[in-house]
Design a protein. Structure first.
Length: 169
């Protein structure tokens, strides 16, 4: 009866990788198609809004294709960064945005009818239940439209906060 633990100890002493193989989860990567859904946004861009310069943005793949990082510089000189990723647990895309003034935004969503649509949870604000929604869509001329909308009634009605066109620089 005492032989089994003794045999296991001997096996582990001879080849410790046997124990590691038993404990380590299978290695996963981010090569599945859902991780590539937002790749149309990758690149270096000049951004305009209402045909006026709004800024520049550099969008790059990171962490072996598991994330997309945005580096934004507004025409006024302000900077912001977002981390975007597909969460295999929830099967949704997430964005965490922060600018140099400490303004943060958390969005979640995914591809709907060929467009990436991410939205915040409703937040109680003095204006009401505020929701932010950003839609990225591929345009015919290889540009990307970013439509940022806000709602103060929990998502029943929307107003445009930013309507930008990303053109490769």
């Amino acid at each position: 009866m005492m032989m089994a633990p003794l045999v296991l100890l001997l096996v582990l002493r001879i080849d410790p990788s046997v124990a590691l193989a038993q404990v380590q989860p299978p290695k996963m990567d981010c090569s599945a198609p859902e991780f590539r859904q937002f790749d149309f946004w990758l690149g270096a861009w000049r951004v305009t809004a209402q045909n006026k310069p709004a800024g520049t943005s550099r969008i790059e793949s990171a962490m072996k294709g598991c994330a997309i990082i945005e580096h934004w510089t507004s025409a006024n000189g302000g900077n912001g960064t977002s981390l975007n990723f597909y969460d295999r647990r929830t099967k949704t895309w997430s964005q965490a945005w922060i600018d140099e003034s400490g303004n943060a935004l958390h969005l979640q969503g995914g591809i709907v009818e060929g467009k990436m649509i991410l939205q915040s949870e409703p937040q109680d604000t003095p204006k009401g239940k505020t929701v932010q929604r950003i839609t990225w869509s591929r345009e015919a001329n290889n540009s990307v439209r970013q439509l940022w909308e806000s709602s103060v009634d929990g998502g029943r009605t929307w107003t445009v906060s930013f309507d930008g066109l990303y053109v490769h620089s």
